[in-house]
Write a protein of this length. Structure first.
Lengths: 228, 228
DNA sequence: TAAACCCTTCACAAGTTTTTCACAATTTAT
DNA sequence: ATAAATTGTGAAAAACTTGTGAAGGGTTTA
């Protein structure tokens, strides 16, 4: 599945937070570069290629909102705003100016990772349609094509099928499917996975009923069988 | 033997919770050691090798966050924090100090297991598919591929075939096959092995019927013949 | 060559897991 | 606010796996 290198620029004046964030993001395979001064940050943007910016709004001696404008003059790069002022105005204006998301401090770094991934899935995606065996997965468009036809999947079904495709010909446990899906309630019963799989199977069968692609792996979970 | 040994250190002052967790984790093939006192826990770290630590933050007479620092002085081992105080600050600081995940108490042990596995998957590197002769064994994915095709094996069949592959070109006794398989009842008749081998042979023959890979070794057991 | 022994396979019983259904709860859209 | 769609639950039905005994076929050895 190979992680594409993600590189993030952090513009933030608290050196300790920078340290902490860098280390945490690195654990998830996200590289970072940092600038304590927004102008330095802006110049770094011209020199290196980044996938996303995390911008602290409460910078000393400068309005963070202005920085957004400056960035947007040259680039469409995704921006996540972070701010200690839990001020709705900041958030609204920031988003209006073209930021992509807003994280009020203090925040759970896990959530930051999750938002970074969500945003990059939406924007970067690279080649947004990837072929995996007999499936074409369009993460951006939340669509999966199978044998030339587009499956009409709900969010939960998409999550599960996408994971199965990603790990095709290898079993995934119900637990993993449940806890790593974004759209299924973590507290829901493990049996729910069976129900969702059943619904996915129905939709696949409408296109190709000659065989069952999603096989049960007794005592474990499910495996998408798709030999090429 | 077919499970990778995972060993977890639990630092937690509630003896009852320790009991419950140990038993639950054992069910999922995770070994545990426990310390009610963080200093004892720290010294255990130097004596034994663990894959992960579950650390209770609300320890008596000591700040759990300090424990994280102490651990991090010597080791990069993954840490999962657990805490009764559902306090965002604790959570953030914990994760910032280098913990890998956070579980607010009370939590579902199932979720703990899932998070342990997720973290270890991330830190210990992805899936390991090993080639052995003409076979590819994917333990994590409960799949064995033979001549490019994925065999559809039941749990018992998987156990037996995996052992045969591991010791290919040398004989294994029925007793060994029976007792070292996780999914075959120890109290079942030794003849059961023959039946299972027969079923494995059928599945192999569906892919390559030109020769029989699993040869009987008279008076002993079976041998997988796979000259490369 | 026959007798003894071992291996292979079959069919089915028992037990377990999975599948699916109908409906409840929840979320989203109109 | 109401309707529509999605997600979640419990239970009955179906499917599958394991294990057993027995029949049949092969091999070895005396």
């Amino acid at each position: 599945m190979s992680k594409e290198d993600i590189k993030v620029l952090i513009i933030e004046d608290d050196p300790e937070l920078i340290m902490v964030l860098s280390m945490y993001l690195k654990k998830y395979g996200i590289d970072t570069a940092c600038a304590e001064d927004p102008y330095i940050g802006l110049s770094m943007l011209t020199q290196d290629k980044f996938d996303l910016i995390i911008l602290d709004l409460t910078l000393p001696g400068m309005d963070g909102l202005e920085v957004i404008d400056k960035i947007r003059e040259n680039s469409n790069i995704p921006i996540i705003i972070s701010s200690a002022r839990n001020d709705l105005t900041d958030k609204v204006i920031g988003l209006e100016k073209g930021a992509d998301d807003y994280m009020p401090k203090p925040y759970d770094p896990r959530e930051l990772v999750s938002r970074i991934k969500t945003i990059l899935r939406r924007t970067k995606g690279g080649k947004s349609i990837e072929q995996k065996g007999s499936f074409y997965v369009d993460k951006q468009g939340h669509a999966i094509r199978f044998k030339g036809k587009t499956l009409e999947l709900t969010a939960a079904e998409f999550d599960i099928l996408e994971m199965l495709i990603e790990h095709r010909n290898s079993a995934l446990s119900r637990e993993q499917l449940l806890y790593e899906s974004e759209h299924i309630d973590d507290s829901s019963s493990i049996k729910n996975i069976d129900v969702i799989v059943s619904r996915i199977r129905n939709k696949l069968a409408k296109i190709d009923s000659s065989k069952s692609y999603v096989k049960p792996v007794r005592g474990v979970g499910y495996m998408l069988v798709d030999e090429v």
